[in-house]
Design a protein around this ligand. Structure first.
Ligand code: SAM
Length: 214
């Protein structure tokens, strides 16, 4: 059965909440097919709802991962690249939560198709859960703030070698105002001339990302 496009009339009136169906989502993603075919290409949906666009973007990235099947040393870090390059902002907490859950469940569902087992799996899932909590933000994309009034900060997760990841932080407001590009990061995964926060983080093993505390 197709997913409902409207939850309540009040939510439509108050928040313009009308969900896009999968056929339209895929037709729109086909317009940026070159980006969808790059594992590390970043996507930000500033009114992501429960993730109708982000889930299809993840589906496409997971298909790209099939080339690493049966090799946990390659598949696992590439899975982190895929998930960590997907960003969303959503005003309503229930939608933001559902969006994270959908993306997480999709990863869990796809994993056994590519790998029988991996001893890193429990830590991998904790890391994915952690990244989704950072990347899918409940906030207002018009004034760039979270519900508590603090600024929305995005994290860039960049592999500096096969296992270590460097984290950098960006103010959503600065990203939005200084970049007219469709991606936050360029084709080499470098920020588009955007100043970072002053915080410096030591590179960390990708399976330990969930231990990082800010
Ligand atoms: C038309 S729906 C689209 C949802 C999703 N992108 C889709 O296509 O299925 C718009 C979404 O934007 C959210 N929204 C409305 N104003 C917002 C704002 N200022 N910042 C972030 N999200 C907002 C609503 O809660 C709603 O989930």
């Amino acid at each position: 059965m197709a997913k409902a496009q409207v939850k309540t009339r009040k939510r439509v009136a108050d928040h313009g909440e009308v969900f896009t169906n999968a056929r339209e989502v895929n037709a729109m993603l086909d317009l940026v097919k070159d980006q969808c075919d790059r594992l590390e290409a970043t996507f930000l949906e500033p009114a992501c709802g429960d993730g109708n666009f982000l889930i299809e973007i993840l589906n496409r990235k997971l298909l790209l991962l099939s080339r690493y099947k049966r090799n946990a040393d390659l598949y696992n870090p590439k899975l982190i690249v895929a998930v960590s390059s997907i960003y969303g902002v959503e005003l309503l907490e229930d939608n933001a939560k559902d969006c994270r859950k959908r993306l997480y469940n999709r990863v869990v569902e796809a994993y056994p198709k590519y790998l029988k087992s991996s001893k890193e799996y429990p830590e991998l899932l904790k890391t994915i859960d952690f990244i989704l909590k950072k990347n899918i933000i409940c906030g207002n994309a018009l004034d760039y703030t979270k519900a508590d009034g603090s600024p929305i900060i995005f994290y860039q997760w960049q592999f500096i070698n096969t296992v270590k990841v460097k984290i950098r932080c960006f103010d959503f407001e600065v990203v939005a105002q200084s970049s007219k590009q469709t991606t936050m990061f360029d084709e080499y995964n470098q920020p588009q001339q955007i100043s970072t926060h002053n915080q410096e983080f030591k590179p960390i093993h990708y399976l330990k990302l969930y231990t990082y505390a800010d």
